[in-house]
Write a protein that binds this ligand. Structure first.
Ligand code: ZN
Length: 117
């Protein structure tokens, strides 16, 4: 994977993150919880800095998704991105584009879903 590709996937992952943060912000406003508030201009800052202040209540699903995204970013940095964690084969580009934080290839994912994991 070259630098350009890494940058591209990093962009996709960060975009996913921003979407989740915006979602959280929206939910918080919706239920009027807390005063902290999340900047809606995350894109201007970069999520790393923003993330440190993330101590609000978010749902398990969102938390898990964020963990997946962070794990994917870490793999990008270690040049292990895009490799199935189960069988070690490359995850197809089309799948990564649709699901940039995918940990498994489609085959392994299906098998895991079948076995309930
Ligand atoms: Zn696999």
């Amino acid at each position: 994977m070259n630098r350009k590709e890494k940058k591209y996937y990093l962009m996709l992952l960060n975009r996913e993150k921003e979407r989740i943060f915006r979602n959280i912000d929206y939910l918080k406003e919706g239920i009027g919880k807390g005063e902290k508030g999340i900047p809606t201009h995350i894109a201007d800052h970069g999520t790393d800095e923003f993330e440190k202040g993330l101590d609000i209540d978010i749902s398990d699903a969102e938390r898990k998704l964020l963990e997946k995204i962070d794990a994917a970013i870490e793999k990008l940095e270690k040049n292990r991105y895009g490799v199935c964690e189960s069988c070690g084969k490359k995850i197809p580009v089309s799948r990564l584009k649709a699901l940039p934080y995918a940990r498994f290839c489609i085959k392994c994912q299906n098998e895991k879903e079948k076995s309930g994991g």
